[in-house]
Write a protein that binds this ligand. Sequence first.
Ligand code: PMP
Length: 364
Amino acid sequence: MGRVSARLEDLPLRADLRGQKPYGAPQAPLPVALNVNENTHPVPQDVADDILDAVALALRDVNRYPDREFTALREGFADYLGHGLTREQVWAANGSNEVLQHLLQAFAGPGRRAFGFGPTYSMYPLLTRGTGAEWVAGTRSTDYTVEPADAAAQVADAAPAVVFLCSPNNPTGTPLGLDVVEAVYEATDGIVIVDEAYFEFAPHDERSALTLLPGRERLVVSRTMSKAFAFAGARVGYLAADPALIDALRLVRLPYHLSALTQAAATAALRHAPTMLGMVDEIVGQRERISATVEALGYTPHDSWTNFVLFGGVADPAATWQALYDQGVLIRDVGIANHLRVTAGTEEETTAFLDALASVGSSA
Ligand code: PMP
């Protein structure tokens, strides 16, 4: 006998979650998937072999709980990040989404606010509301940039417990100056998170917000292995901050939140950082090719320091998205009027996207 499933409305769901939509980037088995800003180049075989050996070794002790402090992995991240950082200043979790959730659980929560300049990463409001805090969206200029004085004024006005500065910004690709980070930090007593998920795709001589950490105990720089590092499926994100701030995160994480297999895989992958990051310049090249070609097709690409391009001038984004889908190319409608976003893939994937877009016809 089949059981009739209840409807969400019938369940005693928290009032503040009623009517909310879950994160929902479509996952479709299309030949060319350029919709969630992954690194579409596979992990090189020799690196994959080494990771597999490390995972196999960890599996022998899997009857025991893993190192709750993931010491070797934190040391690996500290070495990778440089800037004189030590493992006491590093935290990690299952994707930077979980890292951000830990920060919000510790520093947001009921009666508090989190703030970001919209449009920005769609998970910030969801993670914020998940802790019972209120999300406040600030504004950007029409080209999606943020200026220091205006940013500071907006933050002072909102009086948030947590500020998100996405640098460079998703879904627009826009760079963010360190002068904005400095100005925002001065304008709040709250935690300032600089989300550098895409930082490896910025020009190589750009300074990271990591350089601003000394003397700023409320500043956090978060990173991920999901993008440049080609490790999205392993779910590993991390951050650097003052050791006291990291102690706060120990209050909210689940015991043993990083599995022994995740720790082993990520630590092994980090030993191959230069190889894992070897495709970054190639991806940046494809990003530039996308910008130039969509512009030639009559669209308006926005400046991007990431591995994706947001382009405007799309008369009917839903129709263009569907036409590309029907040709086996998955990109993202991020809900910005007349815009679509595409990830820079391999040369072949990028060609498939550009050819499909050209065949869709005029942008008028
Ligand atoms: N921050 C930003 C700006 C992102 O775009 C993403 C992924 N789309 C994340 C964080 C989270 O990535 P992950 O959980 O895979 O580390």
